[in-house]
Design a protein around this ligand. Structure first.
Ligand code: FES
Ligand code: FES
Length: 157
């Protein structure tokens, strides 16, 4: 059955089988491999995308459930030539080691900073607590999000 998914500002007509997860559809059918699948059961947050602006674990959604919603993946907020300030801040503050968890953290941070543009360190830690980094880069991840918040505020002045 063909479904239409609105992803990163574009409509895509995709054949989706009933059991396919949204994470697998985004990765395997649309080539959006920034959606990382690690646990596959909603525990780690590596597959986090924005669904109508809300961070959601795409491994827990069926592909067809994505229909009728605005879906944003890490590819949709910036690219190599024009990185989003959160993406740049993760590079500047070395908020990763292997990088596998990074897209999920960035998408969680995006939704969080949209709501709280001037967070404290404790607020960032709590907001990021649903994402797991197996490399243990947490202190640098928190620094990255704080730097991104500052950079976004400065850009908006
Ligand atoms: S892969 Fe989706 S939450 Fe872990
Ligand atoms: S940087 Fe390796 S899992 Fe987070």
């Amino acid at each position: 059955m063909t479904s239409t998914l609105h992803v990163n500002g574009q409509d895509f007509d995709v054949e989706i089988r009933p059991h396919e997860t949204l994470a697998d559809v985004l990765r395997d059918k649309l080539g959006l491999i920034g959606v990382k699948v690690s646990c596959g059961e909603g525990e780690c947050g590596s597959c986090t995308i924005l669904v109508d602006g809300i961070p959601c674990t795409a491994c827990l959604m069926l592909g067809r459930q994505g229909e009728g919603h605005e879906l944003i993946t890490v590819e949709g907020i910036g690219d190599f030539e024009n990185l989003h300030p959160i993406q740049q801040a993760f590079i500047d503050e070395q908020g990763f080691q292997c990088g596998f968890c990074t897209p999920g953290f960035i998408m969680t941070a995006k939704a969080f900073l949209n709501k709280n543009p001037n967070p404290t360190e404790a607020e960032v830690s709590i907001a990021m607590s649903g994402n797991i980094c197996r490399c243990g880069a947490y202190p640098y991840i928190v620094k990255s999000v704080l730097k991104a918040a500052e950079d976004i505020r400065n850009q908006q002045r």
